[in-house]
Design a protein around this ligand. Structure first.
Ligand SMILES: Nc1ncnc2c1ncn2[C@@H]1O[C@H](COP(=O)(O)OP(=O)(O)OP(=O)(O)O)[C@@H](O)[C@H]1O
Ligand SMILES: CC(=O)N[C@H]1[C@@H]2OC[C@@H](O2)[C@@H](O)[C@@H]1O[C@H](C)C(=O)O
Length: 397
């Protein structure tokens, strides 16, 4: 037997695994690195988030990714070059984190890497009948494994697509395993570039849980913060707070079939981008709106679409909503959502033991753990939540 297979088997049978989860999201702010100690599997999964940091990307690198990100036409050579480049960069970032934490790489059992999404194309978006749902993440796992010497799981989304899903959202699996609670209806709301929520019913029935994207979270806010403020984001929603919501533009922004489509569904910055806003402005004759009013309207757009999606599944007051993702730090956004859902109890996943900024990186650690040591939970026979094991294995040598 290849000794690396034996090593993988030994990891799968350990009572506790050290797994580093990595997420590089649509906000392109940096690489989230979550060192987790995980025992058990399925609903018995227990996660201790031992260390967490976000390693910021420098401006040149962000610009480099933006040249190929969420665009229909790109420099194909750049895409090809960035695939190994990002893998190696993420590998080096892991080693730097471990050095800082004074942890030897061989103490870590597995790296679980999401990679960088460069294009997301569910059928509802690409509309080519003869092609399946599609999504593409780069930053190849072989390069992470070779750079760190740690067995790496990567490219988690393709199995979901292979089983008829859209490749996202995958949060349903991790949220169910980590945060489901008998007797309490829960909503886990993540506000990254794109917002999504997971519904966890009080009866803990796996065949009812799902996660759906709701539309933009911060992606439009960030795009306009770059344009209007020359900042990566509108810190604490300060610009938005100084403006007034424009109802004509808000209505025009909400005019998209994505919002009425059934759950679960996914989207991305391929749809919700500056061109989308400019078209909505042209339709509503609001192209000369002030920077502050535009930002206020964009925040309200995210808040309205998040709240109305959640309202479609909550039937009782006092549903607990646990927030995560960078949007939870924007008080104008969270304030608007709370106003739209007055009966709900708001908190963050920090209260459930997982730092909200780390939740998505932890998810990939949990998915790798499940592929190694679980795989027995059935999510029923439903579209969008296939019962699957995800991630491709890269050995270091
Ligand atoms: N203090 C703050 N005020 C306003 N916005 C903030 C603040 N802190 C973080 N954010 C927002 O959070 C974003 C980062 O969020 P996060 O890291 O969750 O996104 P992501 O993981 O890249 O996205 P996705 O989940 O869509 O892949 C920033 O770009 C910014 O918009
Ligand atoms: C294709 C892709 O990268 N989608 C991301 C993105 O960021 C948020 C939202 O859009 C979600 O669908 C997904 O990530 C999370 C981790 C998920 O799959 O659950």
């Amino acid at each position: 037997m290849n000794p690396q297979i034996q090593h993988l088997y030994d990891i799968a049978t350990k009572p506790e695994r050290w797994i580093i989860g990595l997420m590089s999201g649509t906000s392109l702010d940096g690489l989230d690195v979550a060192l987790c100690r995980i025992s058990g599997s399925g609903p018995a999964t227990a996660v201790v988030l031992d260390r967490f940091t976000t390693v910021s990307y420098n401006d040149d690198f962000k610009e480099e990714i933006r040249t190929i990100f969420a665009k229909r036409e790109i420099d194909f050579e750049r895409l090809c070059l960035l695939n190994p480049y990002i893998g190696r960069l993420h590998g080096r970032m892991i080693l730097d984190c471990l050095h800082e934490w004074e942890i030897e790489p061989d103490a870590v059992d597995i790296v679980a890497s999401h990679g960088q999404t460069v294009y997301h194309a569910p059928k509802s978006q690409h509309r080519h009948d003869s092609f399946p749902n599609a999504t593409l993440q780069i930053g190849d796992g072989d390069h992470i494994a070779a750079t760190t010497g740690i067995i790496t799981f990567s490219d988690f989304r393709q199995k979901h697509v292979a089983m008829g899903g859209e490749g996202a959202p995958l949060a349903v699996y991790g949220d169910y395993f980590m945060f489901s609670k008998k007797g309490e209806n829960r909503i886990l709301l993540n506000m990254g570039g794109i917002a999504n929520f997971t519904y966890l019913p009080a009866d803990e029935d796996a065949s009812k849980v799902f996660t759906t994207d709701t539309g933009p979270g911060n992606t439009l806010l960030d795009a306009y913060a770059r344009r209007l403020l020359n900042n990566p984001y509108d810190e604490d929603g300060q610009l938005a707070a100084s403006g007034q919501v424009n109802d004509a533009l808000l209505d025009s922004l909400k005019n998209n079939p994505f919002f009425d489509a059934p759950f679960p569904k996914t989207t991305g910055p391929e749809v919700f981008n500056v061109a989308y806003v400019e078209e909505a402005q042209a339709r509503s004759q609001t192209s000369d709106l002030s920077a502050a009013d535009l930002m206020a309207t964009l925040v309200q757009f995210s808040a309205n679409t998040i709240a109305s999606a959640i309202r479609r599944v909550i039937h009782e007051d006092e549903t607990h909503i646990y927030m995560s993702g960078g949007g939870m730090h924007n008080p104008i956004l969270t304030g608007a959502i709370q106003k739209l859902l007055p009966g709900c109890l708001f908190g963050s996943t920090n209260e459930l033991g997982i730092n909200g900024d780390a939740k998505e990186a932890v998810l990939f650690a949990v998915l790798a753990n499940e592929s190694l040591a679980g795989g027995t939970t059935s999510f029923g026979d439903r579209q969008g939540v296939p019962t699957i094991s995800m991630g491709k294995v890269s050995f270091p040598r």
